[in-house]
Design a protein around this ligand. Structure first.
Ligand code: CMP
Length: 141
């Protein structure tokens, strides 16, 4: 399925009250929110979600940060959603992000970079399923 992607509005953005502005930008950019919820990720959930980065030097810091406060998880729909969402959020490092992108506007640093986006259709499906049940995804359509 190439019309869905998975997004997180990370704890730094929620802490700084940017979540409303980011959701507005999501909608203005033409994405439909299939499902969304505000959660407090556990350390164990963060470790599972970012298991692909296990062993990297930033893994511990990343999983501690992601479980440090509330965040939003969202399943988004748009044609070519993965690519379109990555364009909307900008480069992982906000210092390299283009003007007008979410990370350029709201991110603090490489570690605290405001939002997450899936990097492939396959991972989008896996990541959506990590946080949402089928019923949650169907019920909102
Ligand atoms: P995200 O798109 O959520 O995927 C992995 C996250 O690890 C990334 O955003 C960054 O916030 C974080 N991170 C921290 N340090 C690094 C690094 N050196 N390289 C890549 N990602 C990093």
């Amino acid at each position: 399925m190439n019309n869905r992607t998975f997004a997180i509005i990370k704890p730094d953005a929620v802490r700084n009250n940017y979540d409303g502005k980011i959701i507005d930008q999501i909608l203005r950019s033409g994405f439909k929110v299939i499902s969304a919820k505000k959660i407090r990720m556990t350390k164990q959930q963060a470790e599972g979600f970012y298991a692909i980065h296990k062993g990297k030097p930033f893994y511990q810091e990343l999983t501690e940060f992601m479980s440090s406060g509330p965040s939003w998880v969202l399943a988004l729909e748009k044609e070519n959603a993965v690519v379109e969402w990555r364009k909307t959020i900008g480069a992982t490092n906000p210092a390299e992000a283009d003007d007008g992108t979410i990370r350029k506007l709201y991110a603090i640093s490489l570690g605290e970079n405001a939002v997450h986006g899936s990097d492939s259709d396959e991972n989008a499906q896996i990541e959506i399923a990590f946080f949402f049940s089928e019923a949650e995804l169907i019920a909102s359509q």
